[in-house]
Design a protein around this ligand. Sequence first.
Ligand code: SAM
Ligand code: SF4
Length: 327
Amino acid sequence: MRDTFNRKIDYLRISITDRCNLRCRYCMPEEGVPSVGHGQVLSFEELFRVARIAVENGVRKIRLTGGEPLVRKGLIPFVERLSQLPQQPELSLTSNGLLLADQAVELKRVGLQRVNISLDTLNPQRFEQITRRPGLDQVLAGISAAETAGLWPLKLNMVPIRDVNSAEIADFARLTFKHDWQVRFIEFMPVTGGLDYPPESRVPADEIFEIISAIGPLKQIERKGPAGPARLYQFEGAKGVVGVIPAVSDHFCGECNRLRLTSDGFLRPCLFCDDEVDLRTPLREGCSDEELAQLLSGAVQIKPERHRIAEEPVVADRRRKMQGIGG
Ligand code: SAM
Ligand code: SF4
């Protein structure tokens, strides 16, 4: 599928639930968000149908996200079905890692290839302060289970927030000396109003780079394969790689290859724009595969050229918060 700016769209992110077992302050309010009603959430059968048609129309990468994808029952058979699609899309998952220790082996067995684990601090008190829940040890156990299970390459995602965890940027980068991980710093995105951190909390990518380059000699790594948003670096003698994702300061929309499916069945052509295409209604009214394929291609056609989040930071009444889209 190609959009009107000639970008090839071959990556689908599926949010399988908007529920989460954490309450990260940059993502969700304390009370959580009004959960999408049970009947509105697409069943795994419906999610699979959309994924199958997307794959038949050129999608080659599927990432499962949420909310927290590991809290939804039925994930394992869903991954297994996706892995049996004849086109064999690349399958990955983004998780906060809390439940990963229990599920990593099974996920790998049924065909999951990779996992991105979100972790913003190595300090247990700060973990609880940011996520409003305890659980650092569980996440660390999840990381090691994923590694042992062979979910590789393992990526750690850290969102630096000024005066909250920004002093830990160097510690996270140093993890790559010991571990063969990709440790990625993602600029805080001030996409929703009413959350705890103001837009000024964002630590810009250039500043992140300055901090990590003060640690030691760093070389830039050429990206292999399909374009992703991370700028990659490696310290001399390190096992792993450091990534910096300038999500706000240097949009990478020109290379964007993504579509997002929300758990209640809406396709979003852009993370930052509220335009959506309703798939749930036609799915439940018995539309054909051809009609569904047309809706997918329609969503691709309305993909905007670029987002304007740097110019218009906070969208107070945004229809969905990050956990409702999947990041
Ligand atoms: N619960 C899973 C997790 O935390 O990995 C998957 C969903 S979460 C919405 C996906 C990613 O979005 C996480 O890496 C999280 O850190 C990131 N995220 C959420 N809100 C963000 C924000 N305002 N700015 C930058 N990243 C954000
Ligand atoms: Fe949950 Fe992930 Fe959002 Fe944290 S970032 S509240 S773990 S969905």
